[in-house]
Write a new protein. Structure first.
Length: 140
């Protein structure tokens, strides 16, 4: 079976991004299949992804920095930070993401320092998260 990245490369000249979800575990950050950031990044780099990053998953903004640092240690590709606004809780029947716009904006500079060249948000991020993050990065 041909890898997806190889198939995409055959049919498009656009950059190919590969994003992975990680969760904290006693063994460090892992995908749901148990793959660590170093192994995932190395394989995606070998397969030719142009942009490699994180998305969604069970990590907070500070843990996003730690994962990006692990990824940057093994590849020179552009990195993409697209975390959730924290791990959600169900409170009074409503899904609440604890990651605030202020928290995201404060940590985003560390993502850039770790190698992120694309920054966005996944579940729970709002326009306010992005607005404050952009403002903080413009200052920095």
């Amino acid at each position: 079976m041909e890898p997806v990245i190889e198939t995409m490369r055959k049919h498009s000249k656009l950059p190919i991004g590969a994003l992975v979800s990680f969760n904290p575990t006693p063994k460090g950050f892992r995908t749901m299949m148990g793959v660590d950031p170093t192994s995932a990044t190395t394989k995606l780099d070998e397969l030719g992804a142009d942009i490699i990053g994180i998305t969604c998953g069970g990590i907070d903004f500070e843990e996003t920095t730690a994962v990006l640092q692990e990824m940057a240690a093994v590849c020179n590709r552009h990195l993409f930070a697209r975390p959730n606004a924290g791990v959600p809780d169900l409170i009074n029947g409503k899904v609440i993401h604890p990651g605030t716009p202020e928290g995201m904006s404060q940590e985003a500079g560390n993502w850039v320092e770790a190698g992120a060249r694309l920054i966005s948000g996944c579940c729970g991020t709002t326009p306010e998260h992005i607005k404050k993050t952009v403002a903080a990065l413009k200052k920095g």
